[in-house]
Design a binder for this molecule. Structure first.
Ligand SMILES: [Zn+2]
Length: 472
C-alpha cells in the first residue's frame, strides 16, 4: 500500500531532485509509476551524470545549477549565505562510496513538498502540487520531514549505570578510560535476558527520537563468552554490529596487555566474527597503542570484518593516521587532531565521526568540526550512547551541539547526522530520501531542519517511519 505525505514545509532529501516531470525538456505530467521509474533510473547514475541523457543544456547546467537552486529554496540563514557557500558545502564532499550508486548526496531540501512511500521505499518526491495519487494520505501541515537519523557509534550491550561517576566528574574528577571497567564488571554479572532487555529499551528510546539505523558495539564483556554473547545479542537488534574486544585491557590481564591482544586477535575474534560486520579498537593512552591497535584491526580484517577506530579522543595519538592507513570506514571522536590528521581525513574515504555528547558529558573541549568540513573531510555525527562518557541517545542534542559548539551550519549538522552516518557505515540505502532509498524518515513539529538546533532540548519529533512503516 502506497502512502503520500503531503504539505511538507521542508523536505530534506540529501538527494538532488531529478524527477522527469521537473525537467523542462522532459516527458510532461506526472504519470505515477512512470515518473517514479524515471527518477529511479536517473538516481542510479549519480549527480554528475544526471543531465547526460537528454538536452545539452541540462547536462551543462547539472552540477552548478543544483546547489544554487537549493540555496534559493531554503529559508533563513542559508539563503543569505548564498549560492557560493551552498556550493562549497556540496562540492566539499568527496565522492564517497554512496556517490553514483543511489547513496546519500549533498544536503538538499525542497519547500512545499510531497513524498510517496511504496513497499518500504521512497517511490517519489517533489513539489506537493505535482504529487501522484496514493492509497493513503498523510497531511504534514507544513511540518518538515527529514531522513531518519543514522547513529554510527553506540555502545548498548551493557548492564549497570554510572550516574555516581558522572556526578563525581561534574564535581571535578577527571574522566579516564579505565572507568569502562566498572561497566565490564556489571555486564559480566548480568544474564543474557538482562542485557537483551536493556538493549531493547535503548533501541526503542533511539527509535522514538528518530534514529532509524544504529550501530552497536560489544566491549563490556572482554572475555571470550561475554564478548561472543554481546555481539550475538546486538545482532538481534541491528545488522550493524561491531566487535570491540579491544575496548580496554580487563583487570585479569593487568601487566600482560600483549596476552590480552593475543586473545582479542585469536580465540575471542573467532567467537565473535560470525555475529559482527565491523572490528573496532580504542586507540588511546590507557587503552591500546598504535601497534596493538594495528594488530587488532588486521586480525579483524583477516576474519572478514571491516575496520573502524576510536581515534584521538583524549590525546592527539596515532588513531586517525592508523584509521586512514587501513582504510577504516570511520575514525571516531577526532577531538584532538594535528594538521596532518585533518589532511589525512580530508584526502581519504575515512569518515570523521564526531561525538559531541561525549564532550558535553565530560566537559572536554569539543572537536573542531568547522576545521574538518572546511578541509573537505566527510563528517558524521553519532551519539556514542554508553553508560560512562555519554549516556544520551539524543541525535538532536548532537546536532544542536555541533551547530552551537563545533560551528557547523544547521545544514551540515543535519547532513552529518543522516547522510554522514550512512557514509560512516558504508550504507547507500539510508541517510537520504532519494527515490529508491529506504523509507526511513522523521517528521518534526517545525517548518525546517534548523529548528533541531534552534529549539534545543524540545521534543520536536512527532512521527517516525522505518522501512515505510510508521513506528513512532
Ligand atoms: Zn565509543
Amino acid at each position: 500500500m502506497s502512502v503520500l505525505i503531503t504539505n511538507i514545509g521542508e523536505l530534506v532529501t540529501n538527494q538532488p531532485e531529478r524527477d522527469a516531470d521537473l525537467d523542462p525538456g522532459g516527458a510532461g505530467p506526472v504519470a505515477g509509476r512512470r515518473a517514479a521509474d524515471a527518477a529511479r533510473e536517473v538516481t542510479g547514475r549519480g549527480a554528475a551524470d544526471a543531465g547526460g541523457e537528454d538536452s545539452g543544456r541540462r547536462a551543462a547546467d547539472g552540477a552548478r545549477e543544483v546547489p544554487g537552486r537549493r540555496a534559493a529554496d531554503v529559508p533563513g540563514e542559508v539563503s543569505r549565505r548564498g549560492a557560493a557557500d551552498a556550493a562549497r558545502e556540496g562540492s566539499g564532499r568527496p565522492a564517497g562510496p554512496g556517490a553514483g550508486s543511489g547513496g546519500p548526496g549533498p544536503f538538499a531540501a525542497i519547500s512545499d513538498a510531497a513524498l510517496v512511500i511504496d513497499e518500504g521505499r521512497v517511490a517519489w518526491f517533489g513539489p506537493a502540487s505535482r504529487a501522484p495519487a496514493a492509497d493513503e494520505m498523510v497531511d504534514a501541515d507544513g511540518r518538515a520531514v527529514l531522513p531518519g537519523f543514522v547513529d554510527s557509534h553506540a555502545h548498548l550491550v551493557f548492564a549497570g549505570e554510572r550516574g555516581a561517576e558522572f556526578a563525581a566528574r561534574m564535581a571535578g574528577q577527571p574522566y579516564r578510560a579505565g572507568g569502562i571497567r566498572t561497566t565490564v564488571a556489571a555486564t559480566r554479572n548480568a544474564t543474557d535476558d538482562e542485557l537483551r532487555a536493556n538493549l531493547r529499551r535503548l533501541a526503542a528510546e533511539m527509535l522514538a527520537q528518530g534514529i532509524t539505523t544504529f550501530e552497536c558495539k560489544s566491549g563490556y564483556g572482554l572475555t571470550v563468552p561475554d564478548e561472543a554473547r554481546s555481539v550475538s545479542i546486538a545482532a538481534e537488534f541491528t545488522p550493524e554490529v561491531t566487535y570491540l574486544g579491544a575496548h580496554v585491557v580487563p583487570p585479569e590481564f593487568d601487566g600482560n596487555p600483549d596476552g590480552y591482544v593475543d586473545l582479542v586477535c585469536g580465540e575471542m575474534l573467532d567467537a565473535c566474527a560470525p555475529h559482527a560486520q565491523w572490528v573496532d579498537v580504542f586507540c588511546e593512552r590507557g587503552a591500546f597503542g598504535r601497534d596493538e591497535a594495528a594488530a587488532v584491526l588486521a586480525a579483524g580484517q583477516a576474519a572478514g570484518l571491516r575496520p573502524r577506530v576510536h581515534a584521538n579522543q583524549l590525546t592527539a595519538g596515532p588513531g586517525v593516521q592508523l584509521a586512514v592507513q587501513v582504510g577504516a570506514a570511520s575514525a571516531d571522536h577526532c577531538s584532538n587532531l594535528t594538521d596532518a590528521d585533518v589532511d589525512a581525513l580530508a584526502c581519504s574515504d575515512t569518515v570523521a565521526t564526531l561525538l559531541p555528547g561525549v564532550e558535553f558529558s565530560t566537559r572536554h573541549p569539543y572537536p573542531d568540526g568547522r576545521r574538518l568540513v572546511d578541509a573537505g573531510a566527510t563528517v558524521a555525527l553519532a551519539t556514542d550512547c554508553n553508560p560512562g562518557s555519554c549516556f544520551s541517545s539524543s541525535m538532536p542534542l548532537c546536532i544542536a551541539l555541533a551547530v552551537r559548539e563545533m560551528h557547523l551550519t544547521t545544514r551540515e549538522a543535519v547532513w552529518a547526522a543522516t547522510a554522514g552516518g550512512a557514509r560512516a557505515l558504508r550504507r547507500t540505502d539510508v541517510g537520504h530520501l532519494g527515490t529508491g532509498g529506504r523509507a526511513d524518515l522523521i517528521m518534526i513539529d517545525a517548518p525546517s531542519h534548523a529548528y533541531l538546533s534552534y529549539r534545543p532540548g524540545v521534543p520536536l519529533i512527532t512521527s517516525v517511519w522505518r522501512a515505510g512503516e510508521r513506528v513512532a
